[in-house]
Design a protein around this ligand. Sequence first.
Ligand code: SF4
Length: 344
Amino acid sequence: MSQFSLPDLSIGGVDLLRSANTQNVLSFSGGKDSVAMYLLAMENDIDFLPVCADTGNEHEITMDYVRDFHRHTGGPEVRIIKADFSGDFAHRRMFIANDRRVKKQRVVKRNEDGSIKNGSVKPVRFTNKQKRRMLENLHPSGNPFLDLMMIKGRFASTKAAFCTERLKRDPIIEQVYFPFIDAGKIVVSWQGVRAEESPRRAKYPIYDSPGGGVWNYRPIHQLTSTDVFSIAKRHGIEPNPLYKMGMGRVGCMPCVNCKKDELSEIALRFPEHIERIAEWEWIVSLCGRNNNATFFHASKTGGSITGINGVAEWSRTGKGGRTFDLFKDTADSASCSSAYGLCD
Ligand code: SF4
């Protein structure tokens, strides 16, 4: 018997969670909150489909955990989906080839130590050399995360967190929700958002509807992180092993909202992922106008540290080093991810 009862989702006297006309779709990231939701749904005999959007930037431990989860619980297998941007490349290439716009761009001159000397705004346009470089490199890699950044010519950031929408929300809507809606079902979207996480998330209602036959449902909104871990413990389910390896989040490896101490752990334990991101920075740079894309936005480090290797090195600094946490204040920006409960 559950110690945490599910918040009621009855509309017009109909219990939507159990209606024959409802399809419950549970966003499953492999993080502690999605695990708690999954187990609560099972405890309450809810018929549900767990779905995970593989961004292509996940740790293999997380994907193994997601893939095997049903074997440990006896519940439904998690359906893993991916965004596909292969069709967007032709459009982007055509746009670049035909682009004759003159843009105003800020040009920055630096001192020898890397600090900014002065900046000015100048009109610039794509040179043929830039276009050739971009067109030569703009071909799908097959990895959704990398493909999206190549098309954008830059990485997502805390302020421009288009990654969640394009890599998780949209593919789930298109590949999972739409077929159910077309079949006449009401989709109840289970989202692992908790009030404790931030004042902004505390304001979310337990349920609401964006329309179009979809209801958002946040069944663990009132639970604490201790509560969600205790649900897994009660079922004898081990949390994602990455938590015990110092990760506060188990989403992308790393996430654009990664904190300093997490990045330090990643660099220490999984240097191969830092190497992969460094390679991606090179590839994405070749597809961007300015040829200098970095995973973490340069402004976060005052412009003096750029590139994943430099930021990873900085993340290891302790006393006597630069100890301020550049990501701390931005980890919960309005544009981040977790409004949908899709990124742990
Ligand atoms: S917000 Fe972070 S975890 Fe979510 S898709 Fe973007 S990089 Fe990945």
